[in-house]
Design a protein around this ligand. Structure first.
Ligand SMILES: [Zn+2]
Length: 379
């Protein structure tokens, strides 16, 4: 891709797209192997692709401490969440092999540092709670007690769970450039897209050149809708209701951290690396339970100067169908009361789908609802 065409897109975070893929080492057999958790595997794959640019490996102490304290890397560049590799003991050598759960090494890390960290403090600062009912905190407290830091070289990219949706940052950038897009809005989701979120993406699309629907397919809570079902539902929605030349669908390989506000910043920075100039932040982005205030994930963007993040957040309210307006609306755009609004709680929707009943078309496109019903029926 030439510089001349790339220059239309937003620059990656820190200026350059990092590429940590490289040749297989010939001394693998002699190296100690560290087995990664699914979250660490997802992070490593994102390090390889440049999705976590400018990071070149798992964070050292200076980056880690400043990220936890101030949401900045040691260089001062904004960064919201630790990207760390937990180990029980310091390795003996200066290089280690990194393996996924199957024990097969797929990367090498040059050991720069091994350091102890304070789990309570990381939880309090990053998750705003130390309660172990919080899935992110539970995972943090369960992991090993030291962080192993250093640059990585990934020689074997993992088989993506949805190969047809797998696109690295260089590939989405290339697609946007081919289409002549300059302004692209990214939409993060870990749920099926009903009318409410379809509306937000389309409102955003009215002001930019294209939309990247970027569903997270990494590890989520077990009660979230399975990624395979969601992927089918995204496909049918986009084929039927979006102009094909204005939308790109790709998978976002990250694991959910459920860190709410900080994760919203982190998600935005990652999408900047994929070439998005704008990013949709709804209410309670990346939240779980009632740990975060409704608007916390929007307010946190004010802790940075606008030019620092570069990517522009687009804040949205919950939307609904209003019978009196005769269209989708939000509290910002509709003067009518709740009686005119078609609103279904998550529990009510699950109940309908589990019984094989279609929710009202003002709430969900029937094609999408049918796929969800089918998935419930197979349980
Ligand atoms: Zn109304």
């Amino acid at each position: 891709m030439s510089v001349a065409t790339e220059q239309h897109l937003i620059a990656p975070h820190g200026g350059e797209l990092v590429d940590r893929s490289g040749p297989r080492s010939d001394d693998l057999d002699s190296l100690e192997t560290v087995t990664l958790t699914p979250r660490e595997v997802a992070d490593l794959d994102m390090l390889a692709s440049g999705a976590l640019s400018p990071l070149t490996g798992f964070m050292g102490r200076d980056d880690y401490e400043r990220v936890v304290d101030e949401m900045r890397l040691a260089s001062g560049l904004p960064w919201a969440l630790p990207v760390c590799l937990a180990v029980a003991d310091a390795p003996k050598g200066d290089r280690v092999a990194l393996a996924a759960g199957d024990g097969r090494p797929f990367a090498v890390l040059e050991v720069e540092d091994v350091y102890e960290y304070d789990k309570e403090r990381e939880a309090e600062r990053c998750f705003r709670t130390t309660e172990t009912e919080h899935p992110g905190v539970a995972r943090l407290f369960a992991q090993a007690d030291r962080y192993l830091a250093g640059p990585v070289t990934v020689f074997d990219r993992l088989e993506p769970s949805f190969p047809e949706l797998h696109k690295d940052p260089a590939e989405t950038r290339s697609l946007f450039t081919e289409r002549g897009w300059k302004r692209v809005v990214g939409f993060q989701t870990r749920n099926p897209i009903h009318r409410a979120h379809e509306y937000l993406t389309k409102c955003a699309l009215e002001t930019v050149d294209g939309v990247l629907i970027h569903p997270l397919v990494g590890e989520t809570k077990s009660d979230d809708v399975p990624a395979a079902t969601r992927v089918k539902a995204y496909d049918v929605l986009i084929r039927n209701y979006y102009p094909q030349d204005r939308v790109v669908v790709a998978s976002f390989p990250a694991a959910m951290r459920y860190a709410g506000p900080r994760e919203a910043i982190w998600h935005a920075i990652c999408r900047k690396n994929y070439g998005c100039s704008h990013f949709i932040v709804g209410r309670d982005h990346a939240g779980v339970g009632s740990y975060y205030g409704t608007y916390d994930a929007q307010l946190i963007f004010d802790e940075f100067e606008a030019h620092e993040l570069d990517i522009e957040p687009m804040f949205f309210e919950h939307s609904f169908w209003c019978k009196a307006c005769g269209q989708m609306a939000t509290a910002k755009t509709c003067p009518h009361g709740g009686d005119d609004h078609v609103f279904l709680s998550g529990t009510k929707v699950r109940e309908l789908l589990a019984n094989g009943d279609l929710p009202p078309t003002e709430f969900s496109r029937p094609e999408v609802a049918e796929i969800l019903i089918e998935s419930y029926a197979q349980k």
